[in-house]
Design a protein. Sequence first.
Length: 440
Amino acid sequence: MKLIFVFSLVIFTGLSSQTNGQVILELEDAVRVGLENNFSIRIVENQVRLSENNNSIGNAGFLPVISATGSINERVQDNVTVYGNPNITDRNDEGAVTTVYDYGVNATWRIFDGLTMFATLDRLSSEMNISEAELQLQVENVLADIITGYYQITGQQKAAEVLGNTVEISEERIRIAETKRDLGSGSEYELLLARADYNTDRTALIRANTNLNQFKVVLTSILGDSVSVEFSVQPEIELADRLVYQELLGDALKQNQELKIARLNEQVVKAEIREIRGDWMPNVDLSGGYGYSRTEASSGFSEFSETKGWRYGVSASVNLFDGFNKNRRMQNARIRLKNQELSKQDLRLRITAEISRIYAQYTDALDLIDLEEENLEINNETVSIALERFELGTINSIELREAQQSLLNAENRLIEAEIAAKSAETELLRLSGRLLQKSP
């Protein structure tokens, strides 16, 4: 309920206006809601909190361990004492009660463990940094999905508008065909063709609106809400300034989050090697405490005995032989380190290749946009001329339909090129680590 309320609040009270009875969802609002409510981001945020809790000097072993103990024990026994001296009377105590009270506070502090605790703290810190980088990566992925999904809706919205214009042209064609038939300059056949093409265009418009709603459902699910699709988006696909390949590649190799995680994983394994190396060194512990003990007896020579006082000391231990397990662990850690180095190099190559591939798509899409914008102007003018000539009777309905279809194809190709350019631009910014810097 909370997610639905927040999403509805942003849609209906944000920077919105009405279009065809629907409010306009701004990209900035969609990004803000998505980054606040997306479930995958919230899960990774909890993982960051866990790693932050684990990254402490106490968990690394720097702090002492202090414990308090206390006990009361009571014994009921039959004691028989036989003395060899006839001048001393033998004793026979039945049901003799002995009570022992024992309390104390103990502390142990490991002051040297071969520097293992420092290596452990470094590992915990690197693991925390990894979780933060994974959160950043997840935020970038969700942000890319939001931007791509938003502009897919824009493209589908424009496609539906284009089909709406096509339907209007088909309606005008029917009107002209009916007028010409009534005046005797046209035929029933041309009118039937016009009506058939009109129905075809109406069918395409219905399907386009269905696809539009499906894109909206996908976006709202990313935003943490899957209920309302009663909104529109901005009508134009906005592209950033033309991206430069060398700058993208340089930024990617420096600040790509996946590469950052690979480097941090390498640091974790190096810290593990230092932890294992510390196992060859002795452990030195300081210990101390305060104790109190009292024994009360109903039989014997004394009624009670009591001891109390401080105790302290230093102890050292070293593992001389553990079945070569330390050697095995060290060998495995070095193999893992080598694998991390290989994975990092492989990732660098894959990111470089991915940027090259997507950048080629990006530049092609930008070139196509320029070309298709020119084609669109030509086809718009062609349809206007064709409608006039069709009304004058100098061309037939088939020729008008061809001009109309050429205009529709040009408009759709332009929309596809714009979506392709925006999708490639978004992915290039994500790979280069710039997406959050460029985000709305």
